[in-house]
Structure formats: C-alpha cells, structure tokens
Design a binder for this molecule. Structure first.
Ligand SMILES: Cc1cc2nc3c(=O)[nH]c(=O)nc-3n(C[C@H](O)[C@H](O)[C@H](O)COP(=O)(O)OP(=O)(O)OC[C@H]3O[C@@H](n4cnc5c(N)ncnc54)[C@H](O)[C@@H]3O)c2cc1C
Length: 330
C-alpha cells in the first residue's frame, strides 16, 4: 500500500485536534518536529487512535461532554455525552504455583539454558524464544447452567516473583491468568487537561458490578480445583498465589483487587449505536457530524468473548467497506 500514489504516511506526527467548521470535520492539526501542520480532508477524516486516545482527540477538539470539556476550559463545539464513557476492559488475576518434576521458563530464561536458547534461535529459529507467553487457553462456565463460558484462562509455564517489573521466580513455576469474558463494570476515559501531551485519566471501575465479582471468584476457584487434580498434583509443590489460606469469597475478592490488572483490551469509549449516548452510528460516523468517522476498538459496544484483536480487525475491514461504499456514491 505504501506505493499507492494517493497515500502519504507521516510518522512521528502527534495529532493535536480535529479541525471543525460548524458540524463538519474539515481536517486535522498535528505536531511534527516542533511544527504544527494542518491538513484538509477532501472527504472524511478517519479517527483511529484507539480506545484511549480517540476519545481524547474528540474531547480536545470540543466534541464530548460539557462537564468534562468545561473543567479544562475547552469550548463545546458538539455535545456528545457518550464520548469517553462506557469504558469496558478485561481484568485478570494471576494464580501461581511452585512446581516440581518440571523445567519451566523460569529456568529456561536464565543462565546457560538461556544461552542455549539464544543459540537455538539463531541457528534453527526454534525454541523458547519463538513462543508466545500463553501456550494454553481455556474457556469455562463459572456456573454449569450458563449457556456459554464466562471465564477465560491464560496458562503460562512461568511465574513472576515481581509481576510489575517482569522478574521471574527462580524456582520452577506456572501461572493461570483468570479473566471474566464479558464484564458489566464500566468506567470512563476523559481528558484532564487541554494539553494534548497530557494523558487522559483512565477510570476503569473494575469489579464494580456483583456479577463480575462472582464470575471472577468462581473462575479462580475452578482454576485451583483443576490444579488439585491428580494429573496436575504430580507437578505441584505449592500454590504460591494466592496461597491455600485464601478460602472465602471475601478473601478471593480481596486477592483479585490487590493482584489483578487490565490485560489491555479497552473498548467502547466511542461506542457504536443508534441511541442518544452512542458516539458513532452503525456506519461508524460520529453522530451529528459530517466528514468524521471513528474506526478502532473504541467503537465496539460490548465486550467480545476473548482477546479483542480479531474483533478490532473485523471493525477495520467493515469500516473500509463502508468508506469505499460511501466514496463510490460521490
Ligand atoms: C501490551 C498489550 C498486549 C496485547 N495483547 C493482545 C493479545 O494478545 N491479543 C489480542 O487480541 N489483543 C491484544 N491486545 C489488544 C490489541 O493490541 C488492541 O485491542 C488493538 O491494537 C486495538 O487496535 P486499535 O486500532 O483500536 O488501536 P491501536 O492499535 O492502539 O492503534 C492506535 C494508534 O493510534 C496512534 N495514536 C494515538 N494517539 C495519537 C495521536 N494523538 N497522534 C497520532 N497517533 C496517535 C497510536 O500510536 C497507535 O499507533 C494487547 C494490547 C496491549 C497494549
């Protein structure tokens, strides 16, 4: 696509805002090498800065909630209360076990074994350096009567001594990441400054809905039960996280709140729909505006049952079809 005469790619270009004339989006202004450059759009501007920064750019341009824009001194050019609202994400906890009778990534990723792995990678292009982190995934129903699974497992043959700093345990270990597939808890992502360099405030409100708490708690309990089966016990020395002392729902929840984090699947901050709070319509056009579409994860209205990249690609493919269709009518 780079060779197409009608395509120009600008890199290291930070979009500051959309240019609006009344309710029409006429172009964008970006900063590159310290210079501000405005480009005009002949037809549409397609905003695809992702679920965190697409709402940020809309708000910086005066499109959004009057209370949010007012707080940072940006004049409302087009009121759309749904911008930055409805933020949904996958929240996961990590359960860890110390293993026996097994060599895991914890050992393979250090010392002479790491040296061998590097050699294997460069000579044969095989080995641990060619693997993703989660090699086994599982989908389970936290309650038998559910029509479809509500919990996803992400099984890793490694365990962290310090997850934040990505430091592995020295002993053999494994992890099961547990996340609820379709969380009902919703948060928001909004600008906290009129300065485009200041990151927006991300307020996830994870586990604010009881159904989400129960799903995750049951999902963690089932993961423990799987590891307590004889086939797995042959390899288990000790449950290190949360530890077998954690037994009641309150303790599981406390562990989840302390230990859990996003797995980076933000969606719905420019939610698609036909209702008053939707940001884009079913053709991905910003409601009430012309010449402006959003095509990225932010338009996905509710969580998909798994990692979201496939759904994002589907949105992109559909968005491309819609844009072509509209262009052919001109
Ligand atoms: C660490 C991590 C791991 C993940 N792992 C998985 C996984 O294993 N499986 C899976 O399915 N999904 C995974 N995801 C999620 C997946 O990557 C995202 O859902 C997907 O990339 C979203 O696509 P997008 O086009 O909406 O946004 P993005 O891919 O985020 O693209 C947005 C682009 O806009 C640019 N941008 C933003 N603001 C501006 C601005 N002001 N000016 C100029 N450019 C701007 C950004 O630099 C970026 O290139 C992961 C995400 C992360 C962060």
């Amino acid at each position: 696509a780079r060779r197409r005469p009608n395509l120009t790619i600008e890199t290291h270009a930070h979009v500051l805002r959309l240019e609006l004339k009344g309710n029409r989006c006429t172009g964008i202004t970006y900063r590159q090498n310290g210079r501000e450059i405005t480009v005009n759009a002949l037809q549409d501007v397609i905003l695809c800065a992702g679920a965190i920064q697409s709402p940020q750019i809309l708000e910086l341009s005066g499109i959004g909630r009057p209370d949010v824009l007012g707080k940072v001194g940006i004049a409302v050019k087009h009121r759309l209360d749904g911008v930055g609202e409805n933020y949904i994400d996958h929240f996961a906890t990590r359960l860890n076990w110390k293993l026996k009778n097994a060599i895991t990534l914890n050992q393979m990723a250090r010392g002479w074994r790491l040296g061998m792995a590097v050699f294997e990678y460069f000579t044969q292009r095989t080995g641990i350096l060619t693997l993703g982190t989660g090699l086994v995934h599982g989908f389970v129903k936290s309650q038998a009567q559910m029509p479809t699974p509500d919990v996803q497992y992400f099984v890793v043959h490694a365990s962290y001594a310090n997850a934040a700093e990505r430091i592995l345990d020295k002993h053999p270990g494994m992890t099961i990441g547990v996340s609820q597939l379709r969380p009902k808890s919703k948060g928001s992502i909004h600008i906290q400054s009129a300065d485009p360099q200041v990151m927006p405030a991300i307020r996830p409100n994870f586990l604010s809905v009881e159904e989400d708490r129960q799903s995750l708690i049951e999902g963690m309990k089932i993961a423990r039960r799987i590891m307590q089966r004889p086939a797995m016990q042959a390899f288990v020395e000790l449950e290190t996280g949360p530890g077998i002392d954690v037994q009641t729902d309150e303790q599981w929840l406390e562990f989840a709140q302390r230990n859990g984090q996003t797995i980076y699947h933000p969606i719905a901050t420019c939610r698609m729909g036909e209702d008053a709070d939707a940001v884009v319509d079913s053709s991905l056009r910003v409601r009430g505006m012309t010449g402006l579409r959003v095509v990225d994860a932010s338009v996905i209205p509710s969580m998909v049952s798994g990692n979201i990249q496939g759904a994002v690609m589907a949105v992109a493919e559909r968005g491309a079809d819609l844009i072509l269709e509209a262009a052919s009518l001109h």
